[in-house]
Design a protein around this ligand. Sequence first.
Ligand code: UN1
Length: 479
Amino acid sequence: MSVPSLSHYINGERVSAKAEHASENPSDTRDIVARFPDGRASEVDAAVAAARKAFPAWAESSPEVRSDFLDRIGNIILERREQLGRLLSREEGKTLPEGIGEVARAGRIFKYFAGEALRRHGQNLASTRPGVDASTTREAVGVFGLITPWNFPIAIPAWKSAPALAFGNTVVLKPADPTPATAAALADIIYEVGVPPGVFNMVFGGAAVGEAIVKHPGVDGISFTGSQATGAKVGMGAMARQARVQLEMGGKNPLVVLDDADLDRAVMCALDGSFFATGQRCTASSRLIVTNGIHDKFVEALAAKAAALKVGDALETGSQVGPLVNQVQMEKTLSYLEIAGKEGGRLLTGGKQLKLDKPGWYVSPAVIADTSQDMRVNREEIFGPVASTVRVKNYEEALQIANSGEFGLSAGIVTTSLKYARHFQHNIRAGMVMVNLPTAGVDYHVPFGGTRRSSYGAREQGFAAVEFYTQVKTAYVWG
Ligand code: UN1
């Protein structure tokens, strides 16, 4: 099979450039998914110029026009979910059911925002002055630079570009390096439905392209999902020129398991949150905080289930955990396992590089017991299939530990007690709280985001997206 060479999308055209990089299948690195170019600042300039030129007509188009485009994009994504899911899983390494599920989510996101495009988001208010009307309208902002990660290579580009486009903005997307083919498939669909040239542009590349977008005076807003370190730089760069900015960064999400929890439910939540998508989710449960009475039973049951998970080629039927996305992520995961060992953690299962019948970045799901909050494994985001457990006396101690650390994205509690569930919901310092549910796996029509070092700026998704992708105009009228 010939390997496709991907092109940037600028002004409705495929712009080819020397394909300097290859995207590899992490399940079998002999398989090259695509070759793709490394963008330059000049390509970012051209993409921003195209997006600026397209902006006025797109912003002024009937919301029905934008709604129809988004609906068609969503329908095509849903129709092709099998094929796109296969491409996603082949390129990113999550299992095929997870890949298809993510594609379906992307399709639904476009369809949701097809509806939102039509909704009026303004308010009418009585002025304090008689005879005066006060009202607000929400207007398109301009050009948005979208910088997206590899772990949700279609859902995150969808959940940033769909609201941007719905509300009349134009877009320059920089997809993540490891997953260019999945992003290119989305761009192809966007153009297939006839979106006008320049409305959606995509430039491949690494940090230099990201930086060029962030610094570009023609970019009005930036939405970023990725690591905390890069996010901090994106934020500084945007603020240096007062561009609006939204950052979604890491998590170190706690899952609290109380004595009164349903054991099976607790194990299911931990297993899903910690190991599905190979632990490569910013919402993954990585700190399992367990009270004394259930601790040993829970840890033993979790380790047994984790050991039984079938790690394998993402595209093979029966695989439950795919590989890490690349060698860098695999080595990072293994290095944290070593650190955990040195810090006194007790590895109960997994944590080994697996040599299957093909070259891939496989690591067996790891459960590390007897860890404490001050250990690096409980403070730094690993982004791999690693769960550590912390034993606590009671709910109060569990809450205090769950609230420790720099991040505050998602947090979960497994309990049958309404009192503790409710208290946790109100007192956990996190943007999302899950009761008897895994910390990962979110709906597409409700706000997404965290507190502290996890997020910055407006929430994403659902009705919250209107905040970021529009600007408010307040009108006073006397007459
Ligand atoms: C989910 O848990 O369903 O990058 C979504 C991430 C998040 C998305 C998680 N922004 O992992």
